[in-house]
Design a protein around this ligand. Structure first.
Ligand code: C5P
Length: 222
């Protein structure tokens, strides 16, 4: 088990942004590059896991995982995850899922014939919370990108979504976060914490994967 602590473990991992259509040519999106998620998918595979990667649109080459599924919208991602969630042991949600989608996307291109445009948005399902609420639930790992009070908000999400682990990072400042090659994480679980200092995202992914494996094994040894 030494080099491959996740041998035989079925992992479902979401990555990248989602795109929420306004009309056939436009969407609401976000700045997630998918880099952290793809690096983590690779690192978990390297530890022996059988990884299914469910990814929104990114510019990245597909990592060498057991299975990959490409989706566009949060609803597509939700459907792809829920169809497989009962058959996984570990669920890792790195995707930057849109919280809202246009209520009623137009069938044809919206014309600029008015002086303004008001969008009506509705909430998307919280994929991670829904997976964590399954019985039995897989071991669940979430991410939290915060601009301030990182530990408070991350621990709040850990409890509210009933997660086994959450990896939090500070965004919006000069350090870390979206569209960068490096990042730092504070990782929390119900009775513990580990800080992973600023480093290249691939190295960070390897350290986070090792920590996930450690916590997962501890859970399943009990
Ligand atoms: O509550 P918040 O969106 O900050 O939580 C972030 C975590 O929840 C991330 O792990 C993200 O992948 C996941 N999430 C999700 N579905 C959503 C929103 C967030 O899986 N609709």
């Amino acid at each position: 088990l030494a080099g491959r602590p996740l041998a035989g473990v079925r992992v479902l991992l979401t990555a990248g942004p989602t795109r929420e259509p306004l009309d056939p040519v436009r969407y609401l999106g976000n700045r997630s590059s998918g880099r952290m998620g793809y690096a983590l998918a690779t690192a978990l595979s390297d530890l022996g896991a059988q990884v299914t990667l469910i990814s929104g649109p990114t510019a990245l080459p597909m990592p060498p995982v057991a299975e990959s599924i490409q989706v566009e919208t949060a609803l597509d991602m939700h459907g792809a995850v829920m169809a497989r969630a009962a058959d996984c042991d570990l669920f890792v949600a790195t995707a930057a899922v849109a919280d809202y989608r246009p209520a009623d996307p137009a069938d044809s291109k919206i014309k600029k014939d008015a002086t303004g445009l008001t969008l009506h948005l509705v909430r998307n399902p919280d994929i991670l919370a829904e997976v964590a609420a399954l019985t039995p639930a897989p071991f669940t790992v979430g991410f939290a990108a915060e601009t301030d009070r990182v530990e408070d908000y991350a621990r709040g999400k850990l409890a509210a979504k009933r997660l086994d682990m959450i990896a939090a990072n500070l965004v919006g400042g000069a350090t870390g976060g979206f569209e960068r090659d490096d990042n730092a994480l504070m990782v929390f679980w119900p009775n513990g914490r580990r800080d992973l200092p600023m480093m290249d995202k691939r190295q960070l992914a390897r350290e986070l994967a090792a920590l996930i494996a450690e916590r997962y094994r501890e859970r399943h040894a009990a």
